[in-house]
Each structure stands twice: as structure tokens, then as C-alpha cells.
Design a protein around this ligand. Structure first.
Ligand code: NAD
Ligand code: MG
Length: 448
């Protein structure tokens, strides 16, 4: 399998040259495509990745001819969720054809805000879709060539599958999509010949390190981790940590869920599974290396012993831009890395005992089948509970571990298997909620 210019493990010969989508086709190495521009859908436009994607479009792509010959870059579809005050000005600025919000109340608020601020007669109010079906529809039926999936959690899976089904390329931040249903997603992407461009900085780094090489020449992937805010702390101190402590990430400013996942190191476990699917590697060929400075975003060691790394300041706008322009580069005025100022670059192994979520994710990665979906579902719920200060830090891993102890893993043949696994996880959590005192009392006894 070749990764020569494309992260998709596709046979270049199988790519249809007639596809009329300038930027992705250039990325496929086909070249010579008319400058017709690129239409983008941004799902999760109000979030950390969503707003940075819009920053990239605003400052690096919009109104500028890309080096690769693409014409205008337009945002044709956007989704918001709970924050209409933040969403409305973005909709006004980018003027998409269609937007998604969760329900009628949000739709009424959005259109009120849009028409209230509509002092320009030329501003058209976009079509507004709502409900789960609307999110899937916006991902698959809008005029976008590329869908940027910046949704958080399990909500990202159905729109990704729908967009791929409709033949749209995906710039994927939503790692939970690949953790939950990596085989199905990558299988469908191969079948539909669409490109999955990773936005996650580590996976973007690996993709960049692989340019010009063949995947069979990879000896191992070195996936770097910052170590999160609790690196080097004692177990007791970590056990007492609150959501406020865990939200203080040393290097990255991100959404709440991923910041907690970074504190438990579950984020690195999710990224391990993400890397397995994107780059078709077994889990034992993905080594996790704590690199607290977050300058090296990941590395690839090849069979000749050479190691290629990708470096830069911790700035998500760079992998977002690369996901949209790869394999080409676009000029930016973003800050540059100064090697004389960035200090020592250090490395250490992850502490699996203090961060049991990583060990659980490694187990899920090795087991595969429906186990990663169960883990992802329970983790998402537990992180929500931790953020609301309803459970403690180590209860996140305790609950996942408890589920692993009783769950019978199934093979994944269709999306129904994933849904069944998630239903099992949901029932497990319901049953567990009915008896929390027993579990917590038992844990406290063991601790004493
Ligand atoms: P975020 O919480 O800041 O934003 C999430 C977006 O999804 C928001 O627009 C929110 O309104 C929307 N949303 C939330 N729940 C939804 C639902 N049920 N249905 C529809 N929309 C919903 O999250 P983020 O930090 O931008 O992360 C997004 C994804 O990118 C995650 O999967 C994360 O792991 C991944 N990622 C983020 C970063 C980062 O720097 N933030 C880096 C790498 C990967
Ligand atoms: Mg990452």
C-alpha cells in the first residue's frame, strides 16, 4: 500500500481522474485541474477547531489563489450547537448557503439574530436545518467538496459516514469517529475514493513525515504526547484533582472534552487508535513518547533506521491549513518556531499506572472489534460527569475498567454493531448509576 502523496491507503491507479474537485485532485497527484475553487463545510464552527478553521479560511485561503491552482475558497455550510450569540456573527461573516442548529428554538434565535443585524440588503439568510437528520443532511447534501468535521465526541460519526457516502473529502478533527468505527469509516472512504485528511496535530505530523515514502517502509510511528497538566505529579494529588485543575493544559488551548482527555492521557489512547486506522498500522507499531514541549508533533521511523519528524509551534491552525491544502503549502503569517528560544526538547515514557486510561485504550486498540466504541462512549459520559464535578479523576478509568471486565467484545461488520455496543454501554451506565454507592464504597475500602 502506498502513502506516496496521500494518507488514504488507496491505489493511485484506482483514482478516477475525472473528478472535478481542484484541490483534492491536486493532492492526489493528478494535477492539471481547472481553477474551480473549493467549497468547505465546517461542522462544529463555534468550537476550538471550528473557529480556528474559519481563521485559516479568513486569513490564509479566502480570496487568494492557492499555489495549486484552486480558485476561491468558500464556506458553504456551517453548524453551531448551543451558542447562537457566537454562531450568528460567524454565519453573517461567511454567508454560507445552509446552516445546522439542534432544534427549532435555536433556529428561531439564530434567524432573529441574523435578521436583526441585517442592515445590508444584500445579506441572504441561509437555509436552516435542525435535528439529527439535519446534521447528516448538511454533511452529505450541501455543495461542499470538503467537510471539516470539528464536532466533539460521538456526534461526529454519522455526519462523517454520510459525507463520505456522498463522495465528499473529509478534513477530520473528530477523532472519536475513527475510534468508534475506524474500519467502517476507512473502508467506506476507500470504496468511495474520498480523502480523509487528519487535523489532529500528531496525525497531520505523521502524514507529513510520510510524504514521498511508502507505508511498507515504516518501522514504527512515534506518537508524541505533552503529558498533560498532571505529568510528574503524585497519584494522590492527581486523585484529588478537580475539573478546573485538569482544564489547565500546559501547551494547547482546546475544547473542554479533549482537555480532560489530555489530562487522563485518554486523548493519547484515542490517538493511538486513530493512527492505527489512518495509517493502517498494528498498535504495537505505534510507540507513545511523552515530549512535554509539544514542538515535535510526531515522528516516523523507517526500516533503514532514519527518523523523520514534523515540528512547529503548538498551533492547530497549521494542521488545519495543511489538511485543506496538502500536499501543497500555503504562505501564512502565523508565528514561527525559534530553535534558539524554545529550550531543550525532552522525551520520557508515559506513566501507565498514574494514567490508567492510556493502558485501557491500549487494551482496546489491541482487542479492537466493538471495544473501542464501548470505551469511547463511556469515556465521553465520564468526562462529562467529571466536568460537572460529579465523579473524581480516577473514576473515569475505574468505570471504563469495570465495563471492560464484563463486556463481551463483538466483531464490527456494520454500523449496527457499533450502535449495539453503544446501547450496551448506555445500559451499563444506567445500571451502574442505580448502584453508585456500592462501587464507590468498595473503592474507598480498597484505598484505605
Ligand atoms: P469544542 O468543544 O471546542 O467544539 C465542539 C463543536 O461541536 C462546537 O461547535 C459545539 O457547539 C459542537 N457540538 C458539541 N456537541 C454537539 C452535538 N451533540 N451535536 C452537534 N454539535 C455539537 O471541541 P474542539 O476542541 O474543537 O474539538 C473538536 C474535535 O477535534 C474533538 O474530536 C477533538 O478531540 C478534536 N481535536 C481538537 C483539538 C483542539 O485543539 N481543540 C486538537 C486535536 C483534535
Ligand atoms: Mg492531538
Amino acid at each position: 500500500m502506498s502513502v506516496a502523496t496521500d494518507v488514504r491507503m488507496h491505489d493511485a491507479a484506482a483514482m478516477p481522474p475525472e473528478r472535478n474537485r481542484a484541490l483534492p485532485d491536486v493532492a492526489r497527484g493528478l494535477g492539471g485541474v481547472a481553477p474551480i475553487g473549493m467549497n468547505i463545510a465546517v461542522l462544529g464552527a463555534t468550537g476550538s477547531i471550528g473557529t480556528q478553521t474559519l481563521d485559516v479560511v479568513r486569513n490564509c485561503l479566502r480570496g487568494r489563489e492557492l499555489v495549486c491552482g484552486a480558485g476561491e475558497v468558500r464556506v458553504v455550510a456551517m453548524s453551531g450547537f448551543s451558542d447562537m450569540e457566537k454562531f450568528a456573527p460567524l454565519v453573517r461573516e461567511f454567508s454560507p448557503e445552509v446552516v445546522w442548529v439542534p432544534d427549532g428554538t435555536a433556529a428561531a434565535e439564530l434567524s432573529g439574530r441574523l435578521s436583526g443585524g441585517n442592515t445590508h440588503a444584500s445579506l441572504s439568510i441561509p437555509e436552516i436545518l435542525t435535528g439529527d437528520g439535519g446534521l447528516v443532511a448538511i454533511a452529505s447534501e450541501c455543495s461542499a467538496d470538503v467537510v471539516v468535521n470539528a464536532l466533539v465526541g460521538g456526534a461526529g460519526l454519522a455526519p462523517t459516514l454520510a459525507a463520505i457516502g456522498a463522495g465528499k473529502d473529509i478534513a477530520l478533527a473528530n477523532k472519536e469517529t475513527l475510534v468508534t468505527a475506524g474500519e467502517l469509516v476507512m473502508g467506506l472512504a476507500r470504496e468511495k475514493n474520498v480523502r480523509i485528511s487528519p487535523i489532529d496535530s500528531e496525525h497531520s505530523a505523521i502524514w507529513q513525515c510520510l510524504q514521498g515514502s511508502d507505508i511498507v517502509e515504516v518501522e514504527k510511528i512515534l506518537l508524541t504526547a505533552s503529558g498533560g497538566p498532571f505529568r510528574g505529579r503524585g497519584r494522590e494529588e492527581i486523585a484529588a484533582a478537580t475539573a478546573r485543575d485538569a482544564l489547565k493544559h500546559p501547551n494547547w488551548s482546546m475544547g473542554a472534552k479533549i482537555t480532560i482527555d489530555s489530562a487522563t492521557l485518554m486523548n493519547k489512547g484515542l490517538e493511538l487508535i486513530e493512527a492505527m486506522h489512518l495509517f493502517n498500522q498494528p498498535p504495537d507499531k505505534v510507540e507513545i513518547l511523552v515530549h512535554p514541549q509539544s514542538i515535535i508533533h510526531s515522528m516516523v521511523q523507517f526500516i533503514d533506521g532514519s527518523v523523520v519528524s514534523q515540528m512547529g509551534l503548538p498551533d492547530m491552525r497549521l494542521p488545519i491549513l495543511y489538511a485543506l491544502s496538502a500536499p501543497r503549502r500555503v504562505a501564512t503569517e502565523y508565528p514561527r518556531l525559534d530553535f534558539l528560544a524554545c529550550g531543550d526538547l525532552t522525551f520520557e515514557p508515559p506513566d501507565m499506572e498514574k494514567f490508567p486510561c492510556l493502558a485501557l485504550a491500549r487494551h482496546a486498540a489491541a482487542t479492537c472489534g466493538t471495544l473501542p466504541a464501548v470505551m469511547n462512549f463511556i469515556n465521553e459520559w465520564a468526562v462529562g460527569q467529571f466536568l460537572q464535578e460529579k465523579i473524581g479523576f480516577y473514576e473515569i478509568s475505574d468505570i471504563i475498567s469495570e465495563a471492560f471486565g464484563i463486556y463481551n467484545v463483538k466483531t464490527v461488520t456494520s454500523i449496527a454493531d457499533i450502535r449495539e455496543a453503544e446501547e450496551w454501554a448506555s445500559e451499563f451506565l444506567e445500571t451502574r448509576k442505580a448502584r453508585p454507592a456500592v462501587v464507590h464504597a468498595k473503592r474507598k475500602c480498597e484505598e484505605a
